[in-house]
Design a protein around this ligand. Structure first.
Ligand code: B1M
Length: 210
């Protein structure tokens, strides 16, 4: 579809107003939010990632693309009208030292849409802050890490949880682009999700409400 391709191009070019307008237009025309997300926004961001890796894009271009993605995601978030309620409380954040938040925000949106109450803790969240969130009543701790160098902060968070309070069996749940099921098992996480859609299933599984 031409509009999806145009949306991907708007993300690649960092054109926030165009990304927002195209998202609104497609939703109004009945294109599914999942299609807009995966085949427009994420498709564009994947190209940005490849260009960043190949030194065709540098941090400023990536930041401008991220801003365009965020403005379109806000439209998607506002468009959701079929929420169910009362699935439990999720504290979500990007771990200490890591500033990547686009994937985390997507996961957050999907969980919110599935009826979870979200406590978004932002980025660069220290283990102690996550422990506080669990002590404050979070049923699920959702950790995101995009850098191999920040993955150990997931382990530190789980260890801090174990030291600070005996966690519920299903209190934590990890993911981030370099994170694997093996890594999640290794650090003692209760769940793992490779993407935003399966994060909802994983959260339900760890809470045994699936
Ligand atoms: Co960064 N960066 N970055 N970056 N950046 C990556 C991650 C990288 C792979 C790029 C590359 O080299 N190809 C690389 C990491 C390499 C590695 O560690 N192996 C990298 C690097 C090196 C860096 C810096 C160190 C660069 C530098 O300064 N020299 C620096 C680190 C800063 C820091 O965090 N301390 C840095 C900075 C940045 C920007 C600030 C410029 C920007 C972030 C802006 C922002 O987030 N607000 C940025 C971006 C945008 C990227 C890429 C291009 C795109 C990430 C993204 O948003 N993808 C990325 C390359 C890539 O991924 N192709 C890259 C779109 C998003 C929808 O996907 O985040 O994967 P993703 O999220 C998915 C899944 O991973 C999963 O679901 C999401 C949706 O399906 N998921 C979860 C994520 N969290 C989850 C949590 C869950 C469940 C699923 O449950 C809790």
């Amino acid at each position: 579809m031409a509009d999806l391709e145009a949306l991907a191009q708007a993300i690649i070019g960092g054109k926030a107003p165009a990304a927002k307008e195209l998202t609104e237009k497609m939703l109004a025309a009945g294109v599914g939010p999942g299609d807009v997300l995966n085949n427009g926004l994420v498709a564009g961001m994947n190209v940005v990632g490849a260009k960043f890796k190949n030194n065709e894009f540098y941090v400023p271009e990536v930041l401008i693309a991220a801003r365009a993605m965020k403005s379109a995601m806000e439209v998607l978030r506002l468009s959701r009208d079929q929420r169910s309620e009362g699935q439990g409380q999720v504290a979500i954040g990007t771990v200490r030292g890591d500033l990547h938040d686009i994937g985390k925000n997507l996961v957050s949106m999907m969980l919110e849409g599935a009826g979870f109450e979200i406590q978004d803790m932002g980025v660069d969240v220290k283990p102690e802050a996550f422990v506080e969130a669990v002590n404050g009543g979070a049923d699920v701790l959702a950790l995101s890490a995009l850098l191999t160098t920040t993955m150990p902060a997931m382990k530190d968070t789980i260890e801090a949880l174990k030291a600070g309070r005996r966690p519920r069996e299903d209190a934590s749940h990890d993911r981030g682009a370099p994170v694997t099921q093996n890594y999640a098992d290794e650090i003692g996480a209760d769940g793992y999700a490779p993407d935003a859609a399966s994060a909802v299933d994983t959260a339900k599984q760890v809470l045994k409400i699936a």
